[in-house]
Design a protein around this ligand. Structure first.
Ligand SMILES: Nc1nc2c(c(=O)[nH]1)N[C@H]1C(S)=C(S)[C@@H](COP(=O)(O)O)O[C@H]1N2
Ligand SMILES: [Mo]
Length: 325
């Protein structure tokens, strides 16, 4: 059994749901008290966005599922669901953002995912490190290729917010690749093809640049009048693996800037944060304000100001909105 080294001694963690519950509680405690109707720090199944190439989701059962590692390998390897879930188990917060979403769109969500790192599996199948890339293929015809290096931190997930993966999010097993665009997180995984040459996956064949790091963004998702007449402005900010350092907000069209209130960071290297700011109308006659938000990542990089369309590299720019006061 080629995988025995990977699965030794760790099968017991398979049923560890306590870890997930603790993480969900942390997320609730750290969430800001926001009046507006936006997700907390963990998106619910109802809130979590969906992007699918096919009209109908593949219907796969864990009992029948397996993933096969093919391509430039001496021997193909097939891993069943039971074998996979017997491997070393981790729970991680990972945020997903779709490269195709508009600048202030809502295809950005976070969950607690349960799975196993992919690296030990790849190391076993290609112990000399012969292969440069891997093409990940799914049951719906979807595919994406990564350099093996980029896969070092990826994992194969079968749980989401303490439940089995919902069908729409890839039941029974999907890939999660921290810091990369949503499209890299292959759902309904069926095959890992080890390769020595670069090949284009589904979205790359259609001109999208999907395997690079995500663009930093601060969303302005709600404006709510509070009882005291102030306007509460709120949203989420995401910078991929560097993480969010701060969110800056201007309520005068960009002339002056303040630091928005920010939720305490959750554990994990690829997790969004919530921000909140109260705007106080200056006079009865004032009608609107131009609000601009921008994020700074933990490496000190200010989010790019210049706006671009989502095609082909994902939307860039500071979100700007006229808010009635
Ligand atoms: N098999 C498969 N995986 C897929 C997709 C798909 O259509 N098929 N869409 C991708 C895209 S573009 C995004 S943004 C994310 C969305 O994941 P979600 O639907 O769980 O939010 O899954 C990615 N993985
Ligand atoms: Mo996407």
């Amino acid at each position: 059994d080629r995988l025995s080294g990977v699965s030794e001694d760790i099968g017991a963690e398979k049923s560890d749901t306590d870890g997930v519950e603790t993480m969900m509680q942390h997320a609730e405690q750290k969430a800001l008290d926001i009046d507006g109707d936006i997700p907390g720090l963990v998106s619910t199944f109802d809130e979590f966005y969906n992007v699918d190439i096919a009209e109908f989701d593949p219907e796969l059962s864990a009992d029948d599922w397996s993933v096969t590692i093919t391509g430039e390998v001496d021997d193909e390897l097939t891993i069943t669901f039971d074998e996979l879930t017997d491997m070393s188990t981790e729970h991680r917060f990972v945020t997903l953002r779709c490269i195709g979403e508009s600048l202030n769109g809502q295809k950005l969500d976070n969950a607690v995912w349960t799975g196993t790192p992919i690296k030990p599996i790849l190391d076993q199948i290609d112990s000399d490190g012969q292969c440069q890339c891997a093409m990940l293929r799914a049951e719906d015809g979807y595919s994406i290729q990564y350099p093996i290096d980029a896969l070092e931190t990826a994992f194969l997930a079968w749980g989401m917010n303490g439940e089995p993966l919902p069908q729409s999010h890839g039941r029974p097993v999907r890939v999660l690749l921290p810091g990369h665009w949503g499209e890299t997180n292959v759902k309904w995984l069926s095959e890992i093809e080890m390769l020595n040459e670069e090949m284009k996956g589904y979205w790359e064949q259609r001109g999208w640049h999907g395997t690079g790091p995500v663009n930093t963004v601060a969303k302005l998702w709600s404006d709510t009048r509070l009882d005291d007449g102030h306007i509460e402005l709120a949203g989420h900010a995401y910078a991929g693996t560097p993480g969010i350092d701060r969110v800056e907000i201007s309520t005068d069209g960009g002339d002056s800037w303040a630091h928005a209130e920010l939720s305490e960071p959750l554990d994990g290297e690829d997790v969004w944060r919530q921000w909140r700011h109260e705007l106080e109308p200056e006079s009865e006659t004032e009608e609107s304000r131009t609000v601009v938000v921008r994020a700074v990542d933990k490496e000190g990089n200010l989010q790019q100001q210049e706006q671009t369309d989502s095609f082909p590299n994902g939307a860039h720019g500071w979100v700007e909105q006229s808010i009635d006061v």
